[in-house]
Ligand binder design. Structure first.
Ligand SMILES: *Cc1c(COP(=O)(O)O)cnc(C)c1O
Length: 387
């Protein structure tokens, strides 16, 4: 029961302004509500945001983008794709969509991102690709990972659902030398279109394939070529594609959210700094920061209860809830979920770092609209919950 007389302080909240609302209304009034000019504008703006040199393909979720990316990389039955157990199920389910098998590895205790040494040890003749996750918005060790991928001639697709804007060795995530990067605009991500995602690639062939497969396998070249000369009824189907296009209603939100992405990041970084300072004297392990000079998007602020803390994590989260504070857990590792555990015979012993973190971790409220008073309120509740 919430005994506090204050409003419930949620775990996450989007920050949506009048600009987004006006643009959505504008799309509704325009008569063009599905994929059209606003989606094209959002793609062009996204490329500019990343600094150019890439193509951007707007889709209706990051899950869709990850599916399209892996499909464009030619992954299929018999292939293995290495990824982290410490992630959301979408990262791995798309491997199964294509009939391939995920190979799960542990995370690095310092970054909470995929353990590159474990990746290299997991490579077999069937390995086709690697999917790192920039956990919480802190970049994975991409320099080392890309070196391993190059050495073994493997493709790399970054799950950047948490990582806008994030940098790695000074470069924006989305502009590294991986094959594909996918961002999420789900409601609780760093920018949102309600539901949505963006596939980014330097490779024109991958972009072309993703554009075709995003909309039923319709060959746009044929469409554009023929529509120039004849009425626009003609198209050609070149593959059994999917229905993954982003609507102009969603893209209308996206163009304005994107303009604010750096400001949102600064606000989140400020919340993280306030937490860091206030939690320094408490028996909790604070989240890893970005490497020197790099940007952390601060999608999540994850803490771990120190071993000296007697209260269990579940009870701790309940105590926070009882004080009117929403918390979450990132993640229940995939090796503990029945489908992944039973299909791939996974045990906690195979993932000691992820398992240990899982048992002691929780995510505190983190969003751009949080005030200093909100942070103080969360920290006071943490102190009570620790007792
Ligand atoms: C949110 C999330 C996804 C899926 O994003 P959707 O846009 O909801 O499909 C994938 N991977 C990770 C790590 C996520 O957090």
């Amino acid at each position: 029961m919430n005994k506090s007389n204050q409003d419930f302080l949620p775990f996450a909240l989007p920050e949506i302004g009048e600009e987004e609302i006006a643009e959505v209304v504008n799309a509704l009034r325009s008569g063009w509500v599905t994929t059209g000019p606003k989606a094209r504008q959002f793609e062009a703006d996204f490329v500019s945001f990343l600094g150019g040199g890439v193509e951007a393909v707007a889709v209706n979720s990051a899950t869709a983008g990850l599916h399209l990316g892996l499909e464009a990389l030619g992954v299929g039955p018999g292939d293995e794709v290495i990824t982290t157990t410490h992630t959301f199920t979408a990262t791995a389910e798309i491997i199964r969509y294509l009939g391939a098998d995920p190979v799960f590895v542990d995370v690095d205790a310092d970054t909470l991102c995929i353990d590159v040494a474990a990746v290299e040890a997991a490579i077999t003749p069937r390995t086709k690709a690697i999917i790192p996750v920039h956990f919480a918005g802190r970049s994975a060790d991409m320099d080392a990972l890309l070196a391993v991928a190059r050495k073994h001639d493997l493709r790399v697709m970054e799950d950047a659902a948490h990582a806008l804007p994030t940098t790695c060795s000074g470069k924006m995530i989305g502009t590294l030398d991986s094959d594909v990067t996918v961002f999420s605009f789900y409601a609780n991500k760093t920018i949102t279109t309600g539901e949505g995602g963006m596939l980014v690639t330097r490779n024109p062939e991958i972009a072309k394939r993703a554009r075709v497969m995003r909309l039923h396998g319709i060959n746009r070249d044929a469409f554009d070529r023929f529509t120039a000369k004849t009425p626009s009824w003609y198209y050609e189907i070149v593959a059994p594609g999917f229905k993954y296009n982003m609507t102009d209603i969603a893209a209308s939100m996206g163009v304005h959210q994107l303009k604010k992405a750096h400001v949102f990041q600064q606000k989140r970084a400020r919340v993280a700094a306030l937490y860091d300072e206030a939690l320094a004297s408490l028996p909790v392990i604070r989240p890893p920061h970005a490497g020197a000079g790099d940007v952390h998007s601060w999608h999540l602020y994850v803490i771990q209860l120190d071993n000296s803390v007697a209260v269990q994590r579940d009870q701790f989260v309940e105590r926070m809830f009882n004080q009117g504070i929403g918390c979450s857990v990132h993640y229940i590792p995939l090796h503990l979920h029945p489908y992944w555990r039973d299909t791939y015979h996974l045990t906690p012993e195979m993932f000691p770092v992820s398992q240990r973190i899982y048992e002691r971790t929780l995510s505190l409220p983190m969003y751009s609209r949080m005030t200093e008073a909100d942070v103080v309120r969360v920290v006071e509740a943490v102190k009570v919950a620790l007792k």
